[in-house]
Design a protein around this ligand. Structure first.
Ligand code: DX5
Ligand code: ZN
Length: 201
């Protein structure tokens, strides 16, 4: 299981840099347009020290893909609920040799995205309502991860929101966990070490 660290709840660049230097697998970039979700957040100047995992919580996906492709991210993930032609967006991202993720909100069922699974590199299951850090893990997520695992596709399963040293035990089947406030509300290195202890024993 890999850790993708979200810095949504960090408000100064020194601490973002401190996080980037920690033992994390990906840096998770939460991009919000103020329309798909109420909050607004753009991240343009970011170091390339860690592989980037871009999470677009936006309606105008093409505009944001065009901006964030320039950071050479490993993944660009967009929301199923935000677009009309899902396959067209998948193919657009693939054109840039960037891996594609599709994300579902807590109210969206796994069954809805089954037609797209063969084309995806990653499925991002939101375990909180998208839009802000520091919320509590929604229990229905556990079943969704189980379902995605049973479907045995060629995609990675990522889970985002409310993950800490307790809830991590609920998402053992995920390949990537996104963790924000649990890391950033304490000593970063120590919190990451706690998570790794739960992962590797
Ligand atoms: C929520 C974001 C998450 C979130 C993670 O809209 O997509 O990445 O900030 O933060 P925590 O771990 O605090 O829930
Ligand atoms: Zn996110």
């Amino acid at each position: 299981m890999k850790i993708s660290a979200s810095f949504l709840t960090i408000d100064n660049i020194d601490n973002v840099n401190k996080l980037v230097d920690c033992d994390i697998d990906y840096l998770h970039l939460d991009i919000m347009d103020g329309i798909f979700v109420n909050n607004k957040n753009e991240v343009i100047n970011i170091t390339n020290k860690k592989p980037l995992d871009v999470h677009l919580m936006v309606n105008d996906v093409y505009k944001y893909i065009d901006t964030y492709k320039n950071l050479n991210p490993t993944f660009i993930t967009f929301h199923y609920e935000a677009v009309v032609d899902v396959l067209e967006v998948i193919n657009y991202i693939k054109k840039f040799n960037i891996k594609v993720g599709l994300s579902i909100k807590p109210s969206t069922k796994v069954e809805e995205i089954i037609p797209y699974l063969p084309y995806l590199d990653l499925v991002l299951v939101m375990s909180v309502e998208p839009g802000q850090g520091g919320q509590s893990f929604i229990m229905d997520t556990v079943d969704k991860i189980k379902k995605l695992k049973e479907l045995k596709g060629n995609y990675l399963i990522e889970v985002d929101g409310g993950i800490n040293d307790n809830t991590i035990n609920l998402v053992n089947d995920a390949d990537i966990i996104v963790v924000g406030s649990y890391i950033t509300s304490g000593d970063y290195e120590e919190r990451i070490k706690n998570l790794k202890e739960k992962i590797y024993g």
